[in-house]
Design a protein around this ligand. Structure first.
Ligand code: AMP
Length: 217
């Protein structure tokens, strides 16, 4: 099962990806997580990406395409994967098609999670992430049990620099201009499924499971 999760920042892609990982045992490939790790480690890739990420802009296509290509060739992707936050531009989608063609593989479903802009801002500004295990919380909708400590692993929760409101507005602009056209791209291929992201986390997950169960037939 090869799946793409599409949606604005804050739509719930990461949260749903983690639920899919748990239930179906396929890896989550989050370009955002991979880039943040590279920035944290201070690698060459991280140094290049940091400048764009801080401004809420997209990292150049060639950089992101390169890291996804490498990741998809790893063994754990053989049984399927969830792409979370990739592709984000038409150029990335076309490059992905080429990569998959060369591997005699394809995407089975693109799940588009839609949420209104006001809701997105509210979600992102209150979002907190665990430094240790990457679990995602929202101080209003899905708060941790104890202050800024992760329920799962006891790690420290923090706010991503790019989750500050001014940067979020830039990220939404990038989403509208560069990522939204992907809905059409995948709709034309007949593999786009739209999901209402305003529902509760478990309700959204149920909707996603219905789509994925049908794919198995
Ligand atoms: P995310 O965690 O998916 O919201 O990504 C955080 C940031 O990483 C984005 O605002 C971009 O700067 C960068 N990024 C992540 N995925 C991509 C991608 N597919 N193409 C370009 N930039 C990306």
């Amino acid at each position: 099962m090869n799946i793409i999760l599409l949606g604005a920042p804050g739509a719930g892609k990461g949260t749903q990806a983690k639920l899919i990982v748990e239930k179906y045992g396929i890896p989550q490939i989050s370009t955002g997580d991979m880039l943040r790790e590279a920035v944290e480690k201070g690698t060459e890739l991280g140094k290049k990406a940091k400048v764009y990420m801080e401004r809420g802009e997209l990292v150049p296509d060639d950089i992101v395409i390169g890291i996804v290509k490498e990741r998809l060739s790893e063994d754990d992707c053989k049984r399927g994967y969830i792409l979370d936050g990739f592709p984000r531009t038409i150029k990335q989608a076309e490059a992905l098609d080429e990569i998959l063609l060369s591997m005699s593989s394809k995407i089975d479903a693109v799940i588009n999670i839609s949420v209104s802009e006001e809701e997105i801002i509210r979600r992102i500004v209150f979002r907190r992430v665990c430094r240790r295990c990457g679990a995602v919380y929202n101080l209003i909708y899905n708060p941790p049990k104890q202050g800024d400590i992760c329920d799962r692993c006891g790690g420290e929760l923090y706010q991503r620099d790019d989750d500050k409101e001014e940067v979020v507005r830039e990220r939404l602009k990038a989403y509208k201009e560069q990522t939204q056209p992907l809905k059409d791209y995948y709709s034309k291929k007949g593999i786009l499924y739209n999901i209402d992201g305003a529902k509760k986390i478990d309700e959204i997950f149920e909707d996603i499971q219905k789509i994925l169960e049908n794919l198995k037939d």
